[in-house]
Design a protein around this ligand. Structure first.
Ligand SMILES: [Fe+2]
Length: 495
């Protein structure tokens, strides 16, 4: 693997021990009305903000090797008009219940967690537990906790009680359901009504990709399977009205150390910088002719976890993605607690332009500051759009924990930044439109941030039109929530 020159921060904006405390387990489950509020709650913000992420970083004192192996814990923050209520619950997956009853780690983790007992105890055990820790969405009356390696878990949106594994009336067949659905606000195949588009991927020497489309009753109304050549590690995709867009980044997986119990699957992934990224355009079922074939194009090598958005105009198609110069992995065997951020490549916002006639792909870097967790107005998914909201580093160069929130105007290039450094840490910002608002940035940005100075988390509310002024309201929780992953908002109020 070639190493990319990464600028080092000479004055880190944070202390490693502060960041580390944000990854302490939160074993307690709470129900309470939030009483400590700084600033003013917007009177017209009504609804429920759901957020998922790993809640346990150890099982009965046995530490996990990586937070992405942690059991999913859902937070629900309900804005009722009378006040704001907080609740969190673990997703009672089969594996969570088994490990809690046994009081020890029973499963290997995708990101490096091993069962106690050395490689012999792990060799040839290729089972994983569905940890339901990556995303949570409310769609068609169903609250679903998602993990990319297994079925969704359905939860009661009011109590967060786990109701069971969701198969959508038995229509989910392997590969099942990734953790990154995108909501098409005006699906051509549904008469302009919204639909939920998700994918599934199964990969080895070759890869199977599947597109799912669900109507507003959460019924799978369309699904199509496409075989593609080679290995693929895909966490996210992008949509336009015509396509599901996938990046097959130049990675390989050398699986023998995994089978032998020496490494996890993620630790077996290798980046090959001399190979191109393959951009795969899958025709969306119902939107394109039934005999439309996938288009496979070549772009410069990069690694991608998350795509921000994509849109098409005639023969031109654009994809905005958070790109890394190489796969941002830790050396095998390194515990995440010892991560050296300065040795990791920064994630940067790239814009890819695809000429569908010439099938040429070019890119430009839109944002050099290290960033992740892109979010935009839900009505502009898959369409030309103007504003993007991101978690970002405090410093404009290098890799570091996310401590800032950033709004990028893609029309003017203007950036608005607010940083919680040095003691605060950021996560995914979520844009919520104001009911009745007309401007595309008329609304709020919701986020959960970790305040290490109080070892607690805050729910932050920003006015999206002026993000740089900082939160207009900070809701102090009574405890911390370990750094999380993805969330969503519904205007329905659940308490
Ligand atoms: Fe993700």
């Amino acid at each position: 693997m070639t190493q990319t020159a990464i600028p080092h921060l000479t004055n880190p904006s944070y202390r490693h021990e502060d960041w580390l405390r944000g990854y302490e387990s939160q074993p307690q489950e709470f129900d309470y009305w939030i009483e400590e509020i700084e600033g003013e709650l917007p009177p017209d913000l009504h609804g429920t903000f759901f957020r998922n992420g790993p809640g346990l970083l150890a099982v009965n004192g046995q530490p996990l090797h990586h937070p992405f192996d942690g059991d999913g814990m859902i937070s629900a923050i309900s804005f009722t008009g009378e006040g704001v209520h907080y609740r969190n619950r673990y997703v009672r997956t089969a594996g969570f219940c088994q490990e809690q009853a046994a009081g020890k780690i029973l499963y290997r983790g995708v990101f490096g967690t091993r069962k106690p007992g050395g490689w012999l105890a792990n060799a040839f055990d290729l089972r994983f537990k569905n940890i339901a820790n990556t995303h949570v969405i409310y769609w068609g009356g169903k609250l679903l906790a998602l993990w990319e390696g297994g079925e969704p878990h359905r939860l009661d949106p009011a109590t967060l009680e786990t109701l069971g594994v969701e198969t959508f009336d038995g229509q989910l067949t392997p590969p099942v359901f990734a953790a990154h659905p995108h909501l098409d606000p005006a699906s051509p195949a549904d008469g302009g009504q919204p639909c939920l588009v998700n994918f599934a991927v199964a990969s080895g020497l070759s890869t199977t990709l599947k597109l799912y489309e669900l109507d507003q009753s959460a019924r799978i109304v369309r699904q199509t399977t496409y075989p593609i050549s080679g290995f693929a590690f895909m966490h996210d995709f992008a949509i336009t009205p015509s396509y599901g867009i996938f990046f097959q980044t130049p990675t390989t997986m050398q699986g023998l150390p995994y089978v032998l119990g020496l490494r996890s699957p993620a630790e077996c992934i290798r980046f090959q910088p001399d190979r191109p990224t393959r951009v795969i355009l899958l025709p969306r079922p119902g939107a394109m002719p039934a005999d439309a074939q996938p288009l496979v194009l070549e772009a410069d090598p990069c690694f991608v976890f998350h795509h921000a958005n994509a849109f098409e105009q005639g023969d031109d198609l654009w994809v905005d993605s958070i790109c890394y110069a190489t796969f941002p992995s830790l050396p095998p065997g390194t515990d995440f607690r010892q991560v050296d951020f300065s040795a990791l490549p920064p994630g940067q916002l790239w814009r890819f332009h695809i000429n569908l006639k010439t099938q040429k792909v070019t890119h430009e870097v839109l944002l050099e500051r290290c960033c992740e967790f892109p979010s935009l107005h839900p009505a502009q998914v898959g369409r030309p759009y103007r504003y993007l909201y991101l978690g970002a580093t405090h410093a404009p160069t290098g890799n570091a924990p996310l401590q800032a929130f950033l709004k990028l105007d893609l029309q003017t290039g203007e950036q608005q930044v607010w940083s919680a450094a040095p003691r605060g840490f950021a996560g995914e910002p979520l844009f919520v439109p104001r009911p009745g608002g007309t401007a595309v940035d008329d609304g709020w940005v919701l986020a959960i941030a970790y305040d290490s100075s109080h070892h607690r988390s805050d729910v932050l509310i920003f006015a999206a039109q002026d993000l740089s002024q900082g939160p207009i309201a900070r809701l102090h929780l009574r405890h911390h929530i370990p750094f999380g992953l993805h969330g969503s908002f519904t205007p329905e109020v659940f308490v």
